[in-house]
Design a protein around this ligand. Structure first.
Ligand code: DGL
Length: 262
């Protein structure tokens, strides 16, 4: 079991931003990544649809023998993780918008959150936001359209820049000094965002925290690999393998990227 892979899934290519952090922190672990790009964006779907897709992805990763599953998608985590934890025996790690560190560090006491409709409307997000709302104003913004553009590789396109400006401008006018990226696709937008944000505005995402939590849960469950060599990484997409490859081709690690009908 210990040398089995860590399973990771997302609605598409975005969760590769989380895979990078996991690989960096746990270089000997093998991973299997599912990009459900054929069903992206999850953020526009109903809670039940998001749950059904999360179950489908989980069962495929379990069939492939994964020892632990990282739900590398805020939308799937906020809508499905309790069900997944109750239903399957393996440990699950989820990802949620990093409201806590932003709320603790904000000087203006105003924090912007860019996330999908599915995340912002979930009860898990509401309760997290309430917990950190003490003296802090949280300004929520749905990133409608961004996931679709990122799935098409259009990260620096005019369409992407126009949407980002439209979403970020009102938050800046409100005086936010922290912008929380509440979707695993959005870290790929950081270079574009940095060009439009004043220097004092910090961007924060949950990637590193998820990797640290993955390490802690592997330790707790005695699930670390015994392998001393670098891990092997399988990536599957039910859409365009070339597009998924585009997002990870800079890695120096051993990877295989394939189309799979799931
Ligand atoms: N990467 C997903 C997230 O973190 C994107 C959701 C979507 O497909 O809309 O929320």
């Amino acid at each position: 079991m210990n040398n089995s892979a860590i399973g990771i899934f997302d609605s598409g290519v975005g969760g590769t931003s989380i895979w990078r952090e996991i690989e960096k922190l746990l270089p000997n672990e093998n991973t299997i990544y599912l990009a459900d790009s054929n069903n992206a964006p999850y953020g526009e779907k109903t809670s039940q649809q998001i749950l059904d897709l999360s179950v489908k992805n989980t069962e495929l990763l379990l069939e492939k023998g994964c020892k632990l599953i990282v739900v590398a998608c805020n939308t799937a985590t906020t809508n499905a993780i309790s069900y997944l934890r109750e239903t399957y025996a393996v440990p699950f790690i989820g990802i949620e918008p990093a409201l806590k560190p932003a709320a603790l560090q904000s000087k203006s006491k105003k924090v912007g959150v860019l996330a999908t409709k599915g995340t912002l409307s979930s009860s898990l997000f509401h309760s997290t936001a309430k917990n950190h709302a003490n003296g802090i104003r949280i300004i929520e913004q749905e990133g409608k359209g961004l996931v679709t553009l990122i799935e098409q590789g259009k990260i620096t396109s005019d369409a992407t820049k126009m949407l980002l400006e439209k979403y970020v401008k009102p938050m800046l006018e409100d005086g936010v000094d922290y912008l929380v990226l509440g979707c695993t696709h959005y870290p790929y937008l950081i270079p574009v965002l940095k060009e439009m944000l004043p220097e004092h505005v910090q961007i924060i995402d949950s990637g590193e925290a998820v990797a640290r939590q993955t390490k802690a849960v592997l330790a707790e469950n005695n699930l670390f690999t015994d392998s001393k060599s670098m891990g092997f990484h399988e990536f599957y997409t039910n859409a365009d393998a070339a597009m998924l490859n585009h997002f990870i081709k800079d890695t120096k690690r051993s990877i295989r990227v394939e189309y799979l009908n799931f």
